[in-house]
Design a protein around this ligand. Sequence first.
Ligand SMILES: NC(=O)c1ccc[n+]([C@@H]2O[C@H](COP(=O)([O-])OP(=O)(O)OC[C@H]3O[C@@H](n4cnc5c(N)ncnc54)[C@H](OP(=O)(O)O)[C@@H]3O)[C@@H](O)[C@H]2O)c1
Length: 276
Amino acid sequence: MSLHPERLPSSLILVGAGKMGGSMLEGWLDVGMNPSGVTVIDPRPSEEMTRLCAEKGIALNPSDQPSGPDVLVLAVKPQMLETAAPALNGYLGPQTLIISILAGKTIGDLTGRLPAASAVVRAMPNLPASIGRGATGAAANAQVSETQRLMADALLASNGIVEWLPSEDLIDAVTAVSGSGPAYVFHLVECLAEAGAAAGLPPDLAQRLARATVTGAGELLFRSDLPPATLRQNVTSPGGTTAAALEILMRDPDGLKDLMREAVAAAKRRAGELAG
Ligand SMILES: NC(=O)c1ccc[n+]([C@@H]2O[C@H](COP(=O)([O-])OP(=O)(O)OC[C@H]3O[C@@H](n4cnc5c(N)ncnc54)[C@H](OP(=O)(O)O)[C@@H]3O)[C@@H](O)[C@H]2O)c1
C-alpha cells in the first residue's frame, strides 16, 4: 500500500459517520489528515464519533453550513440519498470532488440527484477497511482531474488497497468479489469447523482450529509476494494428506472453483438488480 499524506485534501466533509464512514475517518486521521480540515455531518452521531470529534477538534454538525470543500465523502445508506440530496447540494462547490461509497448508486444516479455535482468517484470498500486492511474498487467520471484522482487514492488507501477500474460497469463484479468476499471467508471457517467436528473433534476445538487456520493463512498470504497457487503447492506433498483433500476441493467439475464462480456470478447479478 502506498500512502501519500501530502496528497490528502485540506478540506473534507464526511456525510454519514456510521460504520464505514467512521472507519474511513479513522484511517484518514491515522495517515495524517489534518482534523481541523474535516467536518462531519450526521444527524445522530454515535457516542464514539462525538468523542472522537471533540478530542481531535473535528467540526461535528456545525451551525454554519460548510461549503465548497476539496472533497465530500458520501457514506449514508443508499436509501438515504434522496433525503440527503438537498443538503448535499448546498455543501458542494465547483471544485468539490464527491467520493461516494453508496452500494448500488451509480455516478449517474448521483449527478442526477445533485445538480451541483461535477467530479465524482464511486468506490466500493469492504469490511476489513475498518482495520486498515480493506480492498476498494474505484471508478471516476470524466470530470475528475488527475490531482483529484490522486487525492481520492490517498484517502481510500488509508483503509487498505485501492484498485482503479477502467469502467464503472466493473463495480458490480468488484462488489461480488471483494465487497461481499469477507462473508465467503467467514463461511469457509464455518465449513472447516463443521467438517472438523464431523471428523471427530469437539466442536469448540474445531472452531478454534478453523479460525486460527484461516486467519493465519490469510496473514501468510498478506506477508508473501508469492501467488496463492505457489503457496498452496509449497504445502502439498504428492500423495500426502493435503493432496487428498485438494483432490476433492479441486475436482472438475463440481469443485470449489465452480461453486465460487457460481456464487460470485449470483452476487454480481444481484448487485445489478439492486442498482437497477
Ligand atoms: N459496511 C460495509 O461493509 C460497506 C461496504 C461497502 C459500502 N458500504 C456503503 O457504505 C454506506 C454506509 O454503510 P454503513 O454500514 O456505514 O451504514 P451506517 O452504519 O448505517 O452509516 C450511515 C450513517 O449515516 C447517517 N445518516 C443517515 N441520514 C443521514 C443524512 N441525511 N446526513 C448525514 N448522515 C446521515 C446514519 O445515521 P442513523 O444511523 O441515525 O440513520 C449513520 O450514522 C452505505 O451506502 C453502504 O452501501 C458499506
